[in-house]
Ligand binder design. Sequence first.
Ligand code: AMP
Length: 625
Amino acid sequence: MAIQIELGGTSPQKKAQTPAPQGSVLGIDLGTTNSLVSVVRDGKASVLFPSHERPLLPSVVSMSSRGEIQNVGDAAVLERASRPEHVLFSVKRLMGRSLKDLQAEIHEIPYALEDDELGAQVRIRVGETRISPVEVSAEILKTLKTRAEKVLGEPSNRAVITVPAYFDDAQRSATKAAGRLAGLQVLRVINEPTAAALAYGWSNERPGTVAIFDLGGGTFDISVLRIEENTYQVLSTAGDTHLGGDDLDRHLAGWILSKVPETHPLRKLGSSQLQAHLLVVAEKAKKELSALDHAVVHLEGFEVRVTRAEAESLWRPTLERALECCRSAIRDARLEVSQVNDVLLVGGSTRVPLVKKLVAEFFGRTPNDTLNPDEVVSLGAALQGEILSGRGEDRLLMDVVPLSLGLETMGGAVTKLIHRNSGLPTEAREVFTNHSPEQNAFDLHIVQGERELAKDGRSLARFRLRGLAAAPAGFHRIEVLFRIDSNGILNVRAKDLRSGIQQEIEVRPSFGITDEELMSMLEVAFEKAEEDMAQRQLVDLKVEASTVIRAAENVFKISGHKVEATTAAEFKARLVDLKNASHANSWKQLRDALDALEECGHELAELQVNEAISQALKDKDPAKV
Ligand code: AMP
């Protein structure tokens, strides 16, 4: 029997349908600023776009006040300056997020947001209607699907969609839901940096350690991958979900505004219209500054000249935050910067010369920018789609388990079955026994984290294996299997090896845990490592003591009258000492009490063993002894 535990999650706004597989697998980079679709044809991945359009589809959707979708892409961008409250952009930041999650940046979003009925996900208010970020993303995906089908001349409904490495489960589920809503069968959601390494052709013919520096419009990810023997193992990831080209635009827009005279007509615009207009001109100037050493911003009869050096001094503090993330990713991968064989640049913002310069300084090597940084992720997703459809070269993608997973055992200690940073998919099994006699059920408590005691970890799920025969302590053999699939879903199965009775549970270990929580769990575990270890040793010794006490009482009941009275009295006294010590919290006192009991229990134990042997001999056929 399998129990399904829904630890929450996202429900798609509309009923999802699973289409029958058709055509090539689309590789989709659903970006904060731009999205792209690629496909592998004749063994080569390429971006698909209609001949009269650009390869990049801006991730922008415009709507009417009545809630109808009007335009997607460039046409919607054009409407941004005149009717900003009807033009939705950067919705990727809102995927799988509630108003509470978005508190810090809500002032930066020029359209109105509210929570859905459950308070789980935001919806965007446009005129009289509401739309969810999942629905907006589905419109972008539908447009990409149509673009691809136009070029391919055939229907295509299977896709691999990429997400930032830092997306949590709710965000990944929201992305999948958007795919389904767009009529796509989402074969896999993969991390953007992993897709980039695939596109750059890192493979077993070219093993090595690669850092992927991905600075897009709204997010920054740094990942360190190890490529060997057909596996792409993510050694570490770090990043910032609020760091990207949009920030550079905002800084530059603020600077431009500071140069605009108080009397200029622009100042009469409403604040959201003014901000939207300034962001458009700032982004244009930023792009010019990637090629030239100055740019001129034209503002209705007024010009602002900005030099690359001026812009760089505005941007440097923001970009240095990215280097901080690189530092922690290298540290988490337990590497020195010099051990990184290649640095791949991904995302439109890596075209900014200051970015390339800072990355080169940090890694001590010129970063690799031979592929178009806008296209790499979608090309890699298409290659992954090809592999999943069985046509591509078999390269496995491995992500890692971010926190250890284990089971609470006797006394509240945790036995870790799967350790942090194990590659996915993975599995581990261990056999447990019952400590209490007459136990006809076995309780399992699944715990996540690095701490030694279950009370300090994150409780993921509990379940009970019932229907065991009542039996003495140590009789049952319960095999517990932890299995994590390549999507990070944990399946736990407990099986009584004697009767075959079994029970399963499925949990999403990463659901509801933010990156900050993850980091702080790791930090606390690190700080408390010594204290935890001492506590753990005490708990383990208490478990040992309880088993010894039970066994000693048993021995005494059976053989106590057969030894001298003084020996019996001594044994009883040591047993009382041990019982007292097992309630105290001193490891040393408990260890001494255990040793003392063992010391004076030799005679009793020997008697017991001799009796057991003679009993066993009596039961055997003498001919066979
Ligand atoms: P992405 O999210 O990867 O599509 O990246 C889009 C970001 O790249 C936006 O912030 C763009 O403004 C930025 N971008 C694109 N081209 C350039 C360029 N030539 N120079 C600087 N930034 C650019």
